[in-house]
Design a protein around this ligand. Structure first.
Ligand code: NAG
Ligand code: NAG
Length: 185
């Protein structure tokens, strides 16, 4: 329990107020990705990159700060924690397993994109929840060595051979009260 609380405190994501949005941190002990946040950047998800977001000038000060990445849903499908009308849907690229999200104001995805298979468990632990994709999640080093970031996030598609540069991890979630960006870019 003590370790659990420390983890939550380190992540800085836990809110005592329940909400429909949540941040995600990776759990893979004794690895460089342990307790690292997952960030949206360039229509893909990463560990070791900054959140990339956009705020339209006419919304200005009413935009969330856009410095961190949050998600919404997780019961079957998954969305980004955005304010932009229409939202941004999370999908899995069937060719590579890369997890991506739609651009704002567009439903466009690669042909055969997978949008289902997500489950969010918020009841097993009082401090954090767990988000799963049915065959698991991977963080793959872009440098070809699992100890060197940044790492890109993939779904463990059966037909793809992921190499030793990839680390499996658990995705821990913690509620936040608001979407953290107008839209992710
Ligand atoms: C998050 O919020 C939901 C909905 O209010 C609640 O059911 C759940 O227990 C909360 N989870 C955590 C980890 O606080
Ligand atoms: C990966 O990087 C680490 C840290 O720099 C190094 O110790 C290790 O030998 C590298 N592994 C491979 C397979 O290159």
């Amino acid at each position: 329990m003590k370790a659990t609380l420390a983890l939550a405190a380190i992540a800085g994501l836990v809110s005592s107020v329940s909400g429909q949005y949540y941040g995600i941190i990776a759990a893979r002990s004794a690895s460089p990705i342990h307790l690292a946040p997952i960030a949206a950047n360039g229509q893909r998800l990463w560990i070791g990159k900054k959140t990339a977001s956009y705020c339209p000038a006419n919304v200005g000060d009413n935009c969330p700060r856009g410095k961190r990445t949050t998600f919404a849903g997780g019961d079957g499908t998954l969305g980004m924690g955005t304010v932009v009308p229409g939202g941004q849907q999370v999908y899995i690229d069937p060719a590579s397993g890369a997890i991506g999200y739609t651009q704002a104001h567009s439903a466009s995805m690669p042909e055969g994109a997978i949008t289902t298979g997500w489950t969010l468990d918020e009841d097993s632990n009082p401090s954090f929840g767990t988000l799963d994709w049915k065959r698991g999640l991977l963080a793959c080093s872009t440098k070809g060595n699992s100890s060197k970031g940044p790492w890109q996030i993939y779904a463990n598609l059966k037909r793809i051979d992921f190499g030793p540069e990839c680390l499996g991890f658990s995705a821990l979630t913690a509620n936040v009260t608001k979407a953290s960006a107008w839209q992710y870019t």
